[in-house]
Every structure is written in structure tokens, then in C-alpha cells.
Design a protein around this ligand. Structure first.
Ligand code: ADP
Ligand code: MG
Length: 480
């Protein structure tokens, strides 16, 4: 960024809570069923129906509040937010305005290896989701799918505390890891279970007063959040440098062209004519209810990170990678457990974050769908550790394991990949190589040290890559 400007970012994150039924009705919330089969008359606000609050939604929201050390409201009120949109046939969304269930809190984000920054959370409130407009199903027509109407959402609003896209992504990832650890959402971003609006503004360096913000709507991947914010920062700076003013508006990120474009001018909150929902009485939350939830909060990512550093002697960087996704953390711990006594944890971390991540990336799958189980990876790592196979052969075995999660031990036996560690056999092999390359051996002795590598290579080749490289080195040193 040009030196004299600073960017400011605040995120609103919508997290779909994983309750089985809707927030105010008993219609199911399952993803991917046929269109318009999952919205009942309550979700559609039909006359004569009444909403009934789902206790699970309250529970899950409070868990989040506890996890970010926020105040939990004693009284939880719901309000109608009125607006017209085709995917909201009842004309209002039930949300919260004055008494959000979760008040001020904060989380820490980890930047790079050591830096930690605290990001304030203004509030988190419960609301129902609207339906969905589908623009690409019929030509020149928009289809409406109301299955999502009434699905419970927790909207988490941050303070404008982030200064660039890197911090925004770290914040979003942290929230993602927290809601997944709490098991209050499946966190599936591609299915829309978590999506965010990024508010971006620019100001002169050192200015106290914030600039006018634009809001980038409904971004559903970490990558896109980063790209959209970066684009928007550049766009706003060039506007300001041309002497133009930033218009407060809602913009859409277009991932195909990596640009943002104006969607509508931003209306202030009071245009929604909020009023308390007359069908829902304020709910009183008892201390006991909150404390019971507090006492049963699972281990959160920050605590897990600390434990991984203490217990497994990981670097903060390694621990961060492993805890940022709950399933990765689980997989790692399972590998460690299955490695048994004489375990090499560093090796496990390297294999998970190296080879395994590469495979998951290339196949575009989650670690929960890993073609190689934690148990089999643990066996493979032990085979390296105890010298049965070399690290290089292990890569071949790893490839073969992917076909049906095969037991590495079996692969090694069937393919005869065991490392040759018998000194006698290796000595014989090396004698022959030295004999066959006498001139080079002489050159080596006269000081051409580079040739050592040549002999190692020949020995490895002659053994089909199976010779124990350490032994080869030792024997060669002795013999040459
Ligand atoms: P709205 O629903 O109108 O977008 P909210 O209060 O729900 O209003 O959310 C506002 C979001 O915008 C918050 O995350 C806040 O941190 C962020 N924000 C407010 N002002 C600015 C600004 N000048 N620059 C960047 N972000 C801002
Ligand atoms: Mg907003």
C-alpha cells in the first residue's frame, strides 16, 4: 500500500448454527434437499402461525459468547427487521437489535510466528436466515428456494480493528476454528454455513477518524476474502487520489474477474423499521444455564495450541497450523497416539503438513476424507523411524497407500522395499562399485571430494534405492 494511506477493516460473519430444526419452527435444516421442501408455514410467516424459539440456538450462541469471554445478555429480545426482497416473502426477518445474546468480547489472532493481535467483537446476535434467489437455473428468470428460510444464524460483528487482508483472514480463520471446536456449526464455507461481509475503509495515516466504508457482501472463502479486500483497498485509494469521495455502499465481489462492483447504496439501520417481535417474549437466561454451558466448553484452539507446544514440543508456527482446523488437530493427535512409545513427533508433523496436505490440496478434499488413515500414517512414520525404510522409499510407499488406504507394512513386504541395513551386504556392494570405478576412486583420494556424492549415488542405485544411506556413507568413508 502507498505509504500515506491506512486501511481499516471490520467483518460481519454469519455462522449457520447446526441445530436439527429451524430457529423458530420444527422444519428440518438439512443441506441439499429438493427445493422448497423444508420451509414450513412458520418459516414463511403465514397468518395464524406463531414462532417458537429453539433452545438449541440459544445454547449454541451462549457457548460462542463464553468462548470469546463476552458478556451474555440476561434478557434476550427479538426484533423484526422489515425489508422487501423476493427471498423473504414474509416481509421481515426476525433478528436482534437492542439485546443481542452475546455482548462485547474479543479474540486473539496469531500473525506470522510470534505476533499476536487482539480483535474486539462488538456483539453476536441470533437471527433467522432468508431463502435463496437462484439466477442461473432458468433463463431470464429468478427461482426462489425457501429451504434456508428460518435456519438459525449467529451474526458475529467485529470492531473495525483489522488493518489489512492478512489480519482479516486470520480473524475469520480463528472464528472458524472456534465455532468448529465448539461444534456449534459445521463451518462448511462452500455450502454457505459460514459467510462474511467485509467492511473496508481508507484513511490518511495517523488519522483518528475513520473513512467512509464500503461493505463487500457474502464472501464464502478465505481466499476470496483476501482478494476482495485487497482489490477494494486499491480501488478506494485510487478514488481518493483522484480527488473523488468514497460512497457508502454495498458491493459485490466478482471472483471470476477479481473485482468488486456496486450493488446498492447502503441504507442506515433505521430504514429497516425495527420493532420488537410481538410474537416472541424476551427470554430470561439464568446464571445456572450459562454456567452449565461454561463448565462443558470443549478445549478451544488457543488452549490446544498451548498444549501442543508443551506436550509435543512443537513450535508456535507448527502448533498454529495444526490447531487452525479441528479435524487436522484430531488427525495429528491420533497419529501421535498410534505411533506408540518410540515416536518421532517432528517427523509426524512434517508428513502431515507436507505430503498429506499436498495430497488433500491436489484432490481438494478435507482431512476428514483423507485417503490415508491416521493409523496407517503412524505405521509409515514408525517404519522410517526404526530404519525399516528410508525417507525416500517412504514417499513411494505413501503413494501406494493412497489406493485403498493400504497398510504400509504390507506394501513394504509385498514390494520388497525394506531398507538394506546389513553392513556385510552393503560392504560387498560398495567393494564392487569401487572396483568398477577405480580411476574415480583414485581421483577422490587425490582430493576431488565432490566424487563422494557419485559413489553414494552409485551405491543407492545398485541397491534399488533401498540401501540405508547413513550406512552407505559410513562404509564409503572407511573404504575410500
Ligand atoms: P451494518 O449492518 O449496517 O453493516 P453493523 O454495525 O452490523 O452495521 O456492522 C458494521 C461493521 O462495519 C462492523 O464490523 C464494523 O467494525 C465495521 N465498520 C464500521 N465502520 C467502519 C469503517 N469506517 N471502516 C471499516 N469498517 C467499519
Ligand atoms: Mg453490514
Amino acid at each position: 500500500m502507498k505509504d500515506n494511506w491506512e486501511s481499516v477493516i471490520g467483518l460481519e460473519i454469519h455462522v449457520q448454527l447446526n441445530s436439527e430444526s429451524k430457529i423458530f419452527s420444527n422444519a428440518p435444516t438439512k443441506f441439499g434437499s429438493d427445493q422448497n421442501l423444508q420451509a414450513c408455514e412458520v418459516d414463511l410467516g403465514m397468518p395464524g402461525t406463531l414462532p417458537v424459539l429453539n433452545e438449541k440456538a440459544i445454547e449454541k450462541a451462549i457457548k460462542f459468547g463464553v468462548a470469546i469471554n463476552a458478556e451474555i445478555a440476561e434478557k434476550v429480545g427479538f426484533a423484526r427487521k422489515n425489508y422487501f426482497y423476493p427471498d423473504l416473502p414474509k416481509g421481515y426477518q426476525i433478528s436482534q437489535l437492542d439485546d443481542p445474546i452475546v455482548g462485547k468480547g474479543s479474540i486473539e489472532i496469531h500473525l506470522g510466528d510470534q505476533e499476536i493481535k487482539t480483535i474486539g467483537i462488538t456483539r453476536a446476535h441470533l437471527e433467522e436466515d432468508a431463502g435463496k434467489s437462484i439466477h442461473d437455473l432458468f433463463e431470464n428468470e429468478t427461482a426462489i428456494d425457501l429451504n434456508r428460510a428460518g435456519t438459525p444464524l449467529l451474526e458475529i460483528v467485529s470492531e473495525p480493528d483489522m488493518s489489512n487482508s492478512e489480519e482479516a483472514v486470520a480473524y475469520l480463520k480463528k472464528i472458524h476454528s472456534i465455532v468448529c471446536a465448539l461444534e456449534i456449526s459445521d463451518g462448511n464455507m462452500s455450502q454457505g454455513s459460514m459467510r462474511c461481509d467485509a467492511n473496508v475503509s481508507i484513511k490518511k495515516k495517523g488519522d483518528k477518524k475513520l473513512g467512509t466504508r464500503t461493505e463487500l457482501k457474502n464472501i464464502n472463502s478465505f481466499k476470496f476474502v483476501e482478494k476482495a479486500i485487497n482489490f477494494e483497498i486499491k480501488r478506494q485509494i485510487s478514488c481518493l487520489e483522484r480527488g473523488e469521495e468514497i460512497v457508502q455502499e454495498t458491493r459485490l465481489y466478482d471472483s471470476t474477474n477479481n473485482t468488486t462492483r456496486s450493488m446498492r447504496s447502503k441504507e442506515d439501520a433505521h430504514d429497516y423499521r425495527y420493532f420488537p417481535d410481538p410474537d416472541l417474549l424476551p427470554l430470561e437466561v439464568s446464571d445456572k444455564f450459562i454456567n452449565d454451558l461454561k463448565n462443558n466448553i470443549p478445549e478451544l484452539p488457543d488452549d490446544k495450541k498451548k498444549r501442543f507446544i508443551d506436550e509435543f514440543k512443537l513450535s508456535p508456527y507448527e502448533a498454529n497450523i495444526l490447531v487452525s482446523d479441528i479435524d487436522t488437530a484430531k488427525y495429528f493427535e491420533e497419529v501421535v497416539a498410534k505411533m506408540g512409545k518410540n515416536k518421532d513427533i517432528k517427523l509426524a508433523v512434517n508428513w502431515i503438513t507436507g505430503e498429506l496436505f499436498a495430497v488433500l490440496n491436489s484432490k481438494n478434499i478435507e482431512i476428514s476424507q483423507s485417503p490415508i488413515s491416521a493409523k496407517n500414517l503412524a505405521i509409515l512414520i514408525n517404519l522410517i523411524k526404526n530404519g525399516t525404510i528410508s525417507g525416500k522409499i517412504a514417499k513411494t510407499v505413501f503413494e501406494l497407500m493412497m489406493d485403498g488406504n493400504k497398510d504400509p507394512q504390507k506394501i513394504v513386504e509385498e514390494k520388497g522395499l525394506k531398507q538394506q541395513s546389513d553392513p556385510k551386504a552393503l560392504e560387498a556392494l560398495i567393494d564392487k562399485i569401487i572396483n568398477d570405478n577405480r580411476e574415480k576412486a583414485v581421483e577422490y583420494k587425490q582430493g576431488k571430494e565432490k566424487l563422494f556424492g557419485f559413489f553414494v549415488g552409485q551405491a543407492m542405485k545398485a541397491s534399488g534405492g533401498k540401501a540405508n544411506p547413513q550406512l552407505i556413507n559410513e562404509i564409503l568413508k572407511k573404504k575410500l
